[in-house]
Design a protein around this ligand. Sequence first.
Ligand code: NAP
Length: 302
Amino acid sequence: MVYMMEYSEDMTGKVCIVTGSNSGIGKETAIALAEMGGRLALVVRSREKGETAKNEMVEQTGNSNIDIFVADLSEMEQVQSVAKQIKDTYEKVDVLVNNAGAIIGDRQETSEGYEMTIALNHFAPLLLTYELIPLLAKSESARVVNVSSAAHSFGDVDLDDPFYRNSYGSMKAYGTSKLMMIMATKELATKLEKLDISVNAVHPGFVRTNFGRSNAGLGSKIFLKLTSPFQRSPEHGAETQIYVASSPEVNGVTGKYFADMKEKKPSKKVGNEELRKAVWKFSNNILGLDWDNQIQSVSVSA
Ligand SMILES: NC(=O)c1ccc[n+]([C@@H]2O[C@H](COP(=O)([O-])OP(=O)(O)OC[C@H]3O[C@@H](n4cnc5c(N)ncnc54)[C@H](OP(=O)(O)O)[C@@H]3O)[C@@H](O)[C@H]2O)c1
């Protein structure tokens, strides 16, 4: 059966950023938001793939209000540079879907010395959100949607070895990065409440995309191939993040975790306040982020 859902919210005039929107769940999210009339910013790491996706989106939705921004989001310098380009292009941002993410088979380090999975899946969304606070604050009620995973329950935070210099496992690194993302979502929600910016995390389900097809280890690749018939279509997989990004039912909801378009309880690990605060502090120290200062400067200039 072909999965089809109709999205009927009016996103006219709303600037919606979707990272990793040239394929999979991110692409379907961008298509739905474009269908609802939003002005789309696709953040992709290949201009060519971005152009191809944009052409399909324009053809499918009739909405040509779609811009492309290029960045390898595992490099924080590129995250900052793309944020600057976005700030130079738009007056405000209404929706930021931090969707780009990957599982990395063998341990890799970025040129900035971070382990690749944590850099792409956790640091990049946090830094992009931070840099875009001035624009998010200009929206009437902005929404940040962090695409996490149920695999966060496999996460095991070890702040003595956060970059896995002693031992690396792709699933452990992936799960931990998605756990850190949910922990940061919860902390951020409290910080950003006064600016009327909501922050929620989602799990899209088990979805048939390019996920793990090139980067993961052989075992994961075989697993993904064998389970392919049981995986959701990307259209179906995108529905929770589209819902959280656009539905009036989610107005005012912040700091929550969603799956299947419903609020769900994340793993108990997220509720470990001491660990959550430690992850928050570690992440902001590494990235040099001062949220109170950022929020204060926005409140003063408003
Ligand atoms: N599929 C699932 O079952 C599943 C389950 C739970 C959560 N998720 C999460 O859902 C999100 C979307 O994944 P997907 O399933 O749609 O997989 P996908 O088809 O592989 O899409 C991932 C997107 O992220 C982009 N990306 C990867 N590395 C990047 C980098 N260094 N810089 C910038 N962009 C980068 C990819 O760009 P390229 O095309 O250039 O590689 C692609 O656009 C991910 O965060 C994933 O962890 C997926």
